[in-house]
Write a protein of this length. Structure first.
Lengths: 213, 410
């Protein structure tokens, strides 16, 4: 097998209602491009991107899920091994925001207890059509103690930042706990990766980030 | 058989050599290279040998796709193969029925007198308004999906020559406008702080549907919505848009004008028939049933195991479960894995399968084995990428490989 080119492997999951822009967010992050003509995701999709954080090369294995109810049997089986979950709604679609509570319940039910979560209000470039004020995003995030930011895959606002912050939160946690095992697919690769990372554990990340939009 | 021989054989099977008869029947039909009229033994020309047709079309459809719309109508058991004579009457009836569905299901009627008792805030579950709002949830999902159908080709974003006249004349609301108005209503009211609401003066951006005619995606939206209304237990599930896409594309591009004009109604029936066979893939509660998607994925893994132990073992070792890739392959009958022209070719074979959809499993097995050397040297992420973004290829290669399984086994 080829020599590993990374120090850590983090598994992330993107969830949220259909059409909120999960695939576009992922595509912006992994390929730095935007495409409005994505076909709908059926089942689950997968992308890889390696980032550098605190001198560590971190490989992000990101799973993009279908939003519709029918696919939940397939998609919830991925929750268990996820180390970070991005929960996405669309600021121009009130319903997608109201469903955040439902998605949070799903996480409680199916994911690891210590999974890092982040809420993203996507499409913040479309302010004229806004149905969800930023304050409501702030409020629900605060209520659940989750980070929140508004993003635009189209204008590339906060996309990199969201992934970096989520990865950093996981890194901080990983360095506090010495080991963690994961049931996510491909986790046998992870065995060799359980390096003890001894990084500073000061949790400097604010709970909420207010910028842009 | 040479291409020419195959084409002649197909035309003979389809009775398109008997052009004058089809003209008399006045249902159009594939505009064939007309052969001289054959008066003798008319009754033998009244039926089409479906078994032979499948045998032929399974290996590809000769004739530059010109017969595909007709052949699919036969393969999907829409046109009665045993009675060409009855087609005329049959089609008139079916197409009228569809017209009734459109009129009955898409208009919320406001009969006089009823208006006072029923209103948008009526909480009764049988209130027409409650039904209307519930329908709009389904419609909103359909709307999102049909707009992103086959983005690699422009076809669905172009206008149809045969729009619904009531829609174009403004007598019937455009479906996508209907969900936009719902969005508009809720967007107007924004909660501010504690229970205070304010009216947002800014409406949503009106997305561009056609103003004067109808785009093809609007037609597909209408068919899917009617299907969902008629099948409330199953309703609309994402992915159905991908199933209806190739059917509508084929029928709406029929070289014969009369058939093309009726693409919408006929697509509805072909789609309904096809869904009748694969609907279990789309129903969550049937995932574990014999006809459900899980069973299909097990069959794929069994098939792979028996044909290529090494690749099977490697995939299992890497924990690449079939639901990561084959869920989509099977549910959508490969429609998202290849470009549309290849999909049409693949469907010729899938629909010609004497035992639908056994060949789908053979084909999926062949797709894995075809890229075996890449898979064997790949790790989890590279193999996932490969299986989820299947490399472009000449589909005849995998069809031939898949076909060799069905002929060698059993």
């Amino acid at each position: 097998m080829a020599k590993k080119t990374y120090d850590l492997l983090f598994k992330l999951l993107l969830i949220g209602d259909s059409g909120v822009g999960k695939t576009c967010i992922l595509f912006r992050f992994s390929d730095d491009a935007f495409n409005t003509t994505f076909i709908s995701t059926i089942g689950i999709d997968f992308k890889i991107k390696t980032i550098e954080l605190k001198g560590k090369k971190i490989k992000l294995q990101i799973w993009d899920t279908a939003g519709q109810e029918r696919f939940h049997t397939i998609t919830t089986s991925y929750y268990r091994g996820a180390m970070g979950i991005m929960l996405v709604y669309d600021i121009t679609n009130l319903k997608s925001f109201e469903n955040i509570a439902k998605w949070l319940r799903n996480i409680d039910e199916h994911a690891n207890e210590d999974v890092e979560k982040m809420i993203l209000g996507n499409k913040c470039d479309m302010d004229d059509n806004r149905q969800v004020p930023k304050e409501r995003g702030d409020a629900i995030a605060q209520e659940h103690g989750i980070k929140f930011m508004e993003t635009s895959a189209k204008n590339n606002i906060n996309i990199d930042r969201a992934f970096h912050e989520l990865a950093e939160a996981i890194l901080n946690k990983t360095s506090r706990e010495t080991s963690s095992s994961s049931g996510l697919p491909g986790s046998n690769m992870n065995a060799e990766l359980q390096d003890r990372v001894n990084l500073n554990t000061n949790n400097k990340s604010n709970n909420r980030i207010s910028q842009c939009c | 058989m040479s291409y020419k021989e195959r084409l002649t054989r197909l035309e003979k099977l389809l009775r398109v050599d008997n052009q004058s008869k089809r003209d008399n029947a006045n249902v159009g039909g594939a505009s064939a290279s007309s052969v001289e009229k054959q008066d003798d033994a008319e009754e033998t020309y009244d039926s089409i040998d479906l078994f032979e047709l499948k045998n032929l079309v399974f290996h590809g459809l000769p004739g530059d796709s010109q017969y595909r719309a007709l052949v699919w109508r036969l393969l999907l058991n829409y046109l009665p193969a045993n009675s060409i004579k009855s087609w005329d009457e049959f089609l008139v009836k079916k197409r009228n029925n569809y017209k009734h569905f459109v009129n009955d299901l898409l208009v919320i009627r406001e009969e006089s007198g009823e208006r006072n008792s029923d209103h948008p805030l009526n909480p009764e579950p049988d209130s027409k308004w409650q039904v209307f709002f519930k329908d709009n949830d389904v419609l909103l999902q359909i709307d999102k999906d049909v707009r992103r159908l086959c983005p690699e080709i422009s076809f669905f974003q172009t206008e149809t020559a045969y729009p619904n006249e009531q829609v174009v004349s403004g007598k019937m609301d455009r479906l996508h406008k209907r969900v936009q108005s719902v969005v508009l209503e809720s967007s107007n009211v924004i909660r501010k702080g504690l229970g205070i609401t304010k009216i947002n003066p800014k409406g949503p951006m009106i997305q561009d549907g056609s103003e004067t005619g109808e785009y093809h995606w609007e037609v597909v939206e209408r068919i899917l919505f009617i299907y969902a209304k008629l099948n409330p237990g199953q309703s609309y599930v994402q992915g159905m848009n991908e199933i209806i896409g190739p059917i509508y594309y084929t029928l709406a591009n029929d070289p014969d004008v009369i058939w093309r004009e009726n693409a919408e109604a006929d697509t509805f029936y072909l789609f309904t028939n096809l869904m009748g066979e694969i609907r279990d893939f789309f129903i969550r509660s049937l995932d574990n049933s014999v006809s459900g998607i899980k069973r299909m994925m097990e069959m794929l893994m069994d098939s792979l195991k028996s044909r290529d132990q090494a690749v099977y073992a490697h995939i299992v070792k890497l924990e690449i479960h079939p639901q990561y890739f084959a869920f989509r392959w099977i549910t959508l009958l490969m429609s998202q894995e290849f470009a549309l022209p290849e999909v049409l070719r693949i469907w010729d074979s899938l629909l010609s399968d004497h035992k639908r959809f056994d060949f789908l499993i053979d084909l999926a097995t062949a797709m894995i084995i075809h890229i075996r050397s890449e898979l064997l040297s790949g790790d989890f992420p590279s193999n996932m990428k490969l299986l989820q973004n299947y490399p472009p290829l000449d589909v005849r290669d995998i069809l031939t490989l898949a076909n060799s399984f069905s002929t060698t086994s059993s």
